[in-house]
Design a protein around this ligand. Structure first.
Ligand SMILES: [Zn+2]
Length: 92
C-alpha cells in the first residue's frame, strides 16, 4: 500500500506565494499612493495570487525555483490588483 501521509500537505509549497510577499514590499515602497492598511494589502496579495499561475515544489527554496513568470510580470499583476482594491476597497 502506498505510504500516503495527508499531513505532507505542509511540505508542498507554492513558491510564487513567497515571491509575491517579497515583491509586494518592493511595490509599496515605490507606490506610496496606495493604502497600506492590512485589509488592502491582504486583498492585493489574494488577487495577485489568484491571477498568477501557482508553482508548487517540495522545497520552498526560491534559489532552485524555475520561474515560469518573471518578477516584472508579478509586479504588473500587483499594480493591477492595487488599482482594483483602491477603486473598491474593503477597509472602513
Ligand atoms: Zn486600506
Amino acid at each position: 500500500m502506498a505510504k500516503i501521509n495527508i499531513y505532507d500537505i505542509e511540505k508542498i509549497k507554492n513558491v510564487n506565494e513567497k515571491r509575491v510577499w517579497n515583491l509586494i514590499v518592493e511595490f509599496y515602497e515605490s507606490h506610496t499612493e496606495y493604502c497600506t492598511c492590512r485589509d488592502c494589502i491582504l486583498d492585493v496579495v489574494s488577487i495577485t495570487l489568484n491571477t498568477i499561475p501557482p508553482h508548487y515544489q517540495v522545497s520552498d527554496d526560491l534559489t532552485i525555483a524555475i520561474n515560469k513568470i518573471s518578477d516584472d510580470e508579478i509586479l504588473k499583476t500587483i499594480k493591477k490588483a492595487a488599482d482594483r482594491v483602491a477603486k473598491y476597497p474593503h477597509h472602513i
